[in-house]
Design a protein around this ligand. Structure first.
Ligand code: NAD
Length: 245
């Protein structure tokens, strides 16, 4: 009898056209806590104060008072085995797109090419006045930091109360609508509009494979109850075995 990993690997090889939808759980093994994690940033700082667009517009120094965390700490985080496995699956022609809710930039750092960051990236910073782009951690000092033109810098992430970038959202919806399989990795699938994407995929005939330490999406076709950094490399391994035969 085929193991769950063999079954999922066969499905992915047969269907290809796979889209991965990832959330904070995939980066936990890189040391970045999820919102729900004890000791996480938002347990200490109210996100509606420190990361809300309304507050940012009135007083950007609130957000930037956490700049060490967002700039220095995020620079230290490295992709883990799960990010690299998704990159391998893209190289193998199986995963065609990674849609992520994460803002940590780790999929791109791991080498995945077609990445849709629907909540933006904390590695990209821009001037709210002239639009000049900066790449973290290379930004001017200061709380808040200012551009040479005098404009306040803002991370290219979606703050609370801010609208999602329409182009990224449209691409994410199109990818979900047309994929044949969706890997749902490390997301509680409750934050909209990302949470609607697995249903969009399913309604359009895709098979859903969920990888999570606890079931979050009740309508998955396959559920692998495992850490992403263990499960995804195992899937890659099984696909390599199939490819050899
Ligand atoms: P979430 O915190 O709501 O859920 C995390 C999910 O990951 C849970 O279902 C949990 O069971 C699962 N999980 C935990 N460890 C795992 C592991 N090792 N392997 C597989 N699964 C694991 O995260 P979410 O669904 O992404 O939504 C919350 C929001 O948090 C998103 O908007 C995201 O932008 C934001 N966020 C991002 C980061 C980041 O960029 N790394 C970190 C914290 C929060």
């Amino acid at each position: 009898m085929e193991s769950l990993y063999e079954e999922v690997a066969s499905l992915l090889v047969k269907q290809k056209q796979c889209v991965a939808l990832t959330g904070a759980g995939i980066s936990l093994e890189s040391g970045i806590p999820t919102f729900r994690e004890k000791g996480g940033l938002w347990e200490k700082y109210d996100p509606m104060v420190y990361a809300s667009i309304d507050v940012f517009r009135k007083d950007p120094s609130k957000y930037w008072s956490l700049r060490d965390y967002f700039i220095k700490d995020y620079d230290k985080y490295q992709p883990n085995k799960a990010h690299y496995a998704l990159k391998d699956l893209e190289d193998m022609g199986i995963v065609r797109c990674v849609i992520t809710q994460n803002i940590d930039g780790l999929h791109k750092k791991a080498g995945s090419k077609n990445v849709v960051e629907i909540h933006g990236s904390i590695r990209e910073i821009y001037c709210t006045k002239c639009g000049k782009e900066y790449e973290a951690p290379h930004i001017p000092d200061g709380i808040p930091p200012y551009c040479l033109c005098g404009g306040v810098l803002k991370p290219n992430t979606i703050l609370f109360g801010e609208e999602l970038p329409q182009d990224a959202l449209l691409k994410a919806r199109n990818e979900s609508m047309s994929c044949k399989t969706m890997l749902l990795v490390g997301t509680s699938a409750i934050v909209y509009p990302a949470a609607s994407l697995p249903n969009t995929a399913k309604q359009n005939g895709a098979k859903i494979v969920e990888i999570n330490i606890e079931e979050a999406f009740s309508d998955a076709d396959y559920f692998i109850k495992e850490k992403a950094g263990t499960a995804l490399p195992k899937i890659v391994e099984e696909i390599r075995i199939i490819d050899k035969h």
